[in-house]
Design a protein around this ligand. Structure first.
Ligand SMILES: [Zn+2]
Length: 468
């Protein structure tokens, strides 16, 4: 399911699936298993040759037209949709990601800024990730303005690497690409594209679009790219078929984001290619043509019955057209195939909660507890659990889930208030009571006087800022 998570000035909490609705001032986080899986499959071989742990780096797509990518805090790489649209081949994306991982491998921490600014950037990024869950859970209280302020300000003001660091990251990127058996010309080409877009000032408010040193980077790459021996064959580390998959996620992203009529004109009815049917299934659903949409996706599924992403798209179409029982059935089959896909499991649980009967709520509860074992930071899982407990009149447990969610978003006041509510209503499990009591005593401020907690410290130490 492609989820769109909007940075808001508007107080509303809805699940958006259409990118086209975002305005120039909005920055959205796009969550989609297929898109993220492709990017992770491109990223992982780079991490391997860089000697960076796969588990330590996360990657997300921002629904921004800006041609850019950057790593913010705690080894999280953000890549803008604008860059994905501009990147013509996989080598371009490998080049971009190699550069970002180059910064991480070189431990280019932000040395020029103070702790306060670091915290600001860190909390901006954390809230950005948190908002996704809040939006999905339909919770207006999670919605905050200025979420991306830290990142945007940071990128223009604080996230500055020296020229030497940029060169080092580019050298690392060329080295990684050589190890992968790829020509580092891909990096040069995408940097030229990036420089051109910066000259044309293509971008959005709220995200960086200018880099004073980009021309210097292009010149540096032009004169150094040939130092790295050109390879004619890949090392085999980049998965086979990645080009086709990459092309498909571009079509998907575009079908969700471009004006509907434009998508339907580019992918006409009389063409039955994979790309066209995929794009039409998405665009027709956006237009409210359920039958047309489901016909396209069914044709694709009959051709590729084992493709989980096609089935997931169908499940989303069913879900969005209130065919919840059918969507649930499909999601259940999918999660059996992709047990470790946290995003998919949460989406499944969301559909179960929507169906509303007790058996579905119980099943969703189990799914969500398993999700949280894998990833405690999945905010939507906490929110959905809160809804489930609320429906069962287990108000203490429901409030505790809200407290956990608030704590993750660093909203300590709300966390404390919810923990106190949980204690007041009562909790059956001694472990949960203990947890509520712990959260109720979390200190809210006086940061200046206390040492950073181990979490804060780790985050600050691993804070890496890299711009393309
Ligand atoms: Zn850089």
């Amino acid at each position: 399911m492609l989820r769109l998570i909007k940075h808001l000035a508007v107080i509303c909490a809805i699940l958006l699936t259409c990118l086209a609705s975002y305005g120039d001032d909005d920055v959205v986080l796009i969550r989609d298993s297929e898109i993220e899986d492709v990017l992770i499959d491109i990223l992982n071989p780079i991490l391997d040759v860089a000697g960076v742990s796969r588990k330590s780096v996360k990657i997300y797509v921002l629904g921004s037209k800006t041609v850019n990518a950057f790593a913010t805090f705690d080894r999280t790489v953000f890549i803008c949709a604008g860059l994905l649209f501009k990147a013509e081949k996989v080598e371009h994306i490998v080049g971009v990601l190699s550069h970002e991982i180059g910064h991480i491998a070189c431990e280019h921490l932000i040395r020029h800024i103070g702790m306060a600014e670091r915290s600001k950037i860190l909390s901006g990024a954390l809230m950005l990730l948190g908002i996704g869950a809040g939006m999905m859970a339909g919770s207006p209280d999670l919605v905050m303005g200025g979420v991306l302020g830290g990142i945007a300000m940071g990128t223009n003001t604080f996230l500055y690497h020296s020229r030497a660091e940029e060169e080092a990251a580019d050298n690392k990127a060329m080295e990684f690409m050589q190890k992968l058996g790829l020509s580092s010309r891909g990096l040069l080409e995408i940097t030229e594209i990036f420089a051109l877009s910066a000259r044309l000032n293509i971008g959005e408010k709220g995200l960086p679009n200018t880099h004073p040193d980009i021309e210097e980077r292009v010149n540096y790459l032009r004169s150094n790219v040939d130092r790295y021996k050109q390879q004619t064959t890949r090392s085999g580390k980049i998965p086979d078929g990645i080009e086709e998959r990459y092309k498909r996620i571009k079509v998907k992203l575009w079908a969700y984001s471009a004006p509907i009529e434009k998508v339907l004109a580019k992918y006409p009815k009389n063409d039955d290619s994979m790309e066209t049917l995929y794009a039409r299934a998405i665009a027709l659903n956006r237009r409210g043509d359920f039958n047309g949409s489901i016909t396209c996706i069914n044709i694709l599924i009959s051709r590729f019955p084992k493709d989980p992403y096609l089935a997931e798209t169908k499940a989303q179409i069913l879900y969005e057209n209130s065919r919840i029982a059918e969507a649930v059935m499909l999601y259940r089959r999918l999660v059996a195939m992709k047990k470790d896909d946290v995003l998919l499991n949460v989406t499944f649980a969301n559909a179960l909660v929507k169906s509303g009967d007790i058996a579905s709520l119980n099943e969703a509860e189990k799914v969500l507890h398993n999700v949280l074992i894998k990833d405690r930071t999945e905010l939507l899982a906490w929110r959905l659990l809160s809804i489930i407990y609320g429906r069962r009149n287990e108000y203490g447990e429901s409030a505790l889930m809200l407290a956990e969610s608030a704590l993750l978003r660093e909203n300590k006041n709300e966390a404390i208030a919810q923990a106190k509510r949980a204690i007041k209503y009562g909790l059956k499990s001694p472990g949960q009571r203990q947890r509520a009591e712990y959260i109720a005593q979390v200190k809210t401020s006086n940061r200046k006087s206390k040492k950073p907690s181990s979490t804060d410290k780790n985050n600050v130490l691993s804070l890496t800022a890299a711009k393309l």
